[in-house]
Ligand binder design. Structure first.
Ligand SMILES: Nc1ncnc2c1ncn2[C@@H]1O[C@H](COP(=O)(O)OP(=O)(O)OP(=O)(O)O)[C@@H](O)[C@H]1O
Ligand SMILES: [Mg+2]
Length: 378
């Protein structure tokens, strides 16, 4: 009866002490935001041993005489708990310190036993270890979750900023294109219209069939120019004949400007192309248009090939020239035309790659459009 009461008293003392330490630690962690959690975790775990020592000091003689075996088992369980906690905490990392503390706690208790004949209470000890480990694990998990949420938040902020910058860049490019359009209208169409008015005045003053012919020719020339400006804004061939025909047309126009030969191949069937909306097709067309403009401006190519093919559910548009290739010494990372291409591709979830052309000559531009999943474009 006496032994049972003593044991109960021991367990209650150890339990209460452990509970108080745990509660104080939880309160401290939550009420003191600047507190180093690591130190607290280590403290709680290390207290596993000390709690038992405090609670068992008053009954040292009793334990020395009767609990040798219990202590051996207790220490065994303590060691097992340490390994268990280490394995559990290893998932989160930096738990090596905790393992060291468990081991240190064990050695300290052994030394106390050897030096002062005070034997720790195994049950309180185990309880403290489990509670301490559990609390440490809980804190670690919480901290990990908090860090993950914070990382997600920052990632979202960065994405938002990128989106804003993309929008701004595209608005700027639209502004540039409007200016080019205004210049085209001014330089070609308006000048021809002025000539037309002048010729018309001449005709009114002295009508002749030759002047009428000239006026007719000039009028159809102006109509052609207006059609060209309209076509560069919104290619009618794209709307009427689809993306492959529009790309072929763009290639042909480039060849007329720069004098290279062309090869065109389309291996995409209509059903796959239909997965792209007209807006998406327009954006792909714009990418090809800039690629061909670049070839005309920089490549000095003799042959330019364009092909559309299916690669694992994606449409891949490749434009390959045999020209001088992109100058490796030139920094093109922030080059305007290529940057806008990337931004436009981003809008429809596509990718653009630049690499060397065939046999290490010229340039190959690859536009990869994923049609397997829904894109965020149009
Ligand atoms: N097919 C190509 N062959 C050789 N060089 C190329 C080719 N395409 C691009 N480049 C090089 O990459 C650079 C960047 O191209 P980008 O389209 O960004 O600029 P740009 O054509 O010079 O000017 P912008 O497009 O703004 O009018 C070019 O200046 C050129 O040196
Ligand atoms: Mg360019």
């Amino acid at each position: 009866m006496f032994m049972k009461d003593l044991m109960q008293q021991q367990i209650i003392q150890a339990g209460i002490a452990t509970l108080i330490i745990t509660i104080i630690s939880v309160l401290a962690v939550n009420l003191m935001p600047g507190l180093d959690r690591d130190i607290l975790i280590r403290f709680v775990v290390a207290m596993g041993g000390n709690t038992s020592q405090i609670s068992s000091q008053n009954n040292a003689i009793y334990w020395i005489s009767v609990s040798g075996l219990i202590n051996i088992i207790g220490f065994g369980v303590f060691a097992f708990a340490s390994i268990w906690a280490a394995l559990k905490l290893a998932v989160i990392g930096r738990s090596f310190v905790l393992v060291q503390l468990f081991v240190l706690s064990l050695i300290t208790q052994w030394l106390v036993w050897q030096s002062f004949n005070i034997i720790c209470h195994p049950i309180g000890c185990i309880a403290a270890v489990f509670l301490g480990s559990f609390f440490g694990y809980y804190l670690r998990s919480n901290e990990k979750l908090r860090l993950e949420r914070q990382a997600q938040y920052y990632e979202l902020m960065i994405r938002n900023k990128e989106l804003q910058e993309t929008r701004l860049s595209l608005v700027k490019q639209d502004e540039v294109e409007r200016r080019i359009l205004a210049a085209d209208l001014h330089d070609q169409v308006l000048n021809d219209m002025k000539q037309l008015v002048h010729r018309f005045d001449n005709y009114v003053n002295s009508p002749s069939s030759e002047e009428a012919d000239r006026i007719r020719k000039l009028t159809s020339q102006v109509m052609g120019e207006i059609r060209e400006v309209m076509d560069s804004l919104c290619p009618s061939v794209l709307e009427h004949l689809g993306l492959p025909a529009a790309i072929e047309d763009c290639l042909r126009k480039g060849s007329e400007r720069a004098g290279f030969k062309i090869r065109f191949k389309n291996n995409i069937d209509l059903s796959q192309l239909e997965k792209l909306s007209l807006v998406e097709q327009s954006l792909v067309y714009r990418l090809v248009q800039e690629t061909i403009t670049n070839i005309c401006k920089h490549a000095e190519a003799k042959i330019v090939k364009a092909q559309l093919q299916n690669q694992n559910g994606s449409i891949v548009v490749s434009v390959i020239d045999d020209g001088k290739g992109i100058d490796k010494g030139k920094d093109i990372s922030n080059s305007r035309g290529l940057r806008y291409m990337r931004l436009r591709a981003d809008l429809i979830g596509a990718r653009v790659n630049w690499r060397e052309g065939e046999n290490g000559k010229g340039t190959c531009v690859e536009i990869i459009i994923n049609t397997a999943s829904d894109n965020n474009g149009a």
